[in-house]
Design a protein around this ligand. Structure first.
Ligand SMILES: CC(C)(COP(=O)(O)OP(=O)(O)OC[C@H]1O[C@@H](n2cnc3c(N)ncnc32)[C@H](O)[C@@H]1OP(=O)(O)O)[C@@H](O)C(=O)NCCC(=O)NCCS
Length: 167
């Protein structure tokens, strides 16, 4: 198990093939994917295949990570950084039963710190549908600031950003 980060209640580790189950379950909840632009996986096999082919760690040296509870090792969701052309995006997704316990904020703050201190990234951005209030709140609590409006899939969205002033 490749643990990347630890926080007070959580650890973030690289995905393992059995996480395919959680990817399937997460995306199978219409409320979880409502503002993500993603669809449900068609089968557990498809989700497992996605994890097996996940190449961000080897290609970029970082990626999205599984977020687990230190106390029980329970998989709560995922959070992390994604390289998109010349930008790095902060993203997160948790099982609904774990919403509003501060887990996304705790994990995302750790990812921003890691991105700036360890990876020396110049900037981290977040893209969110305007209706995704909880997600915008998480970005704000991680000190990302509103930059601009845009449209994604014909729906209003916002871009948040934070620059690295720590190196
Ligand atoms: C977005 C998401 C990751 C947040 O996870 P979380 O662990 O519940 O987040 P936190 O508990 O750290 O913080 C949530 C904040 O949003 C607020 N919030 C939650 N629902 C809200 C709502 N409907 N309206 C306004 N604020 C809301 C909470 O009060 C909290 O803010 P506060 O600490 O200032 O009170 C979670 O809702 C999720 O997985 N959503 C589905 C996937 C998704 O949309 N991902 C983002 C795509 S860009």
């Amino acid at each position: 198990m490749n643990v990347i980060l630890e926080t007070q209640r959580l650890y973030l580790r690289e995905f393992i093939n059995s996480d395919g189950f959680h990817f399937y379950e997460l995306n199978n909840d219409p409320e979880v994917i409502k503002y993500t632009g993603n669809k449900a996986f068609q089968s557990l096999d498809e989700a497992t295949n996605f994890i097996e082919n996940y190449s961000d760690y080897s290609q970029n040296g970082f990626g999205r990570w599984a977020v687990c509870l230190r106390e029980t090792d329970e998989f709560l969701g995922w959070c992390g950084l994604k390289k998109e052309k010349d930008e790095v995006d902060l993203g997160f997704r948790f099982y609904k039963k774990h919403w509003n316990k501060g887990f996304a904020t705790e994990a995302a703050k750790a990812c921003v710190n890691y991105g700036f201190l360890k990876l020396k990234l110049p900037e981290i951005i977040g893209r969110v549908y305007v209706k995704n209030t909880a997600s915008i709140r998480v970005l704000q609590k991680c000190n990302l600031k509103f930059k601009k409006w845009f449209e994604y899939d014909k729906k209003p969205a916002v871009l948040y950003t934070i620059k690295n002033d720590r190196n």
